[in-house]
Design a protein around this ligand. Sequence first.
Ligand code: ZN
Length: 172
Amino acid sequence: MIVSIRRMGEPCLLEKSVAVTSSEFNSIELLNLIDNLSDTQHHFGGVGIAAPQIGINKRIFIIEYYQKDITRYSNTGDCPRKIIINPEILSVSNEQISFNEGCLSLPGLRGTVNRSVKISYQYFDQFGNLYRGEDDGFFARVFQHEYDHLDGMLYPMRMNDLRSLSYVDADK
Ligand code: ZN
């Protein structure tokens, strides 16, 4: 089911979300929530979506993108849908890279944010299986953006220079 996206200014986007408990894994409620998140992401676009963005303060996000759909960035590669629950960022590189980010909760806006180039991470899927990995590409960028949503952080709060915050249709 497609649900509405919460936008900057709504309190749910500033809250620290709670972990999914062991009894919630593989439950109808959790699987329904993931369906709603995924349907909503597909409807509104975007390379990731976090549960607080639909008003649910649980530590869940989805990342899914395909290079063919992305015009703004090259070399993203493809990321078939990953359901990411109770994620942890285990380490980050000191080296950072700046990147022009957008967010479904700030429609029409973009801004430049510095983030670590490389991360190592772990997370659980909806069935409670543990995954670990590392990445130094687009996935690492999206992971850090979505992870921030679970701690009540929106990308402008990470920006060093708000002058780059701009409307998408103004940067042509
Ligand atoms: Zn976002």
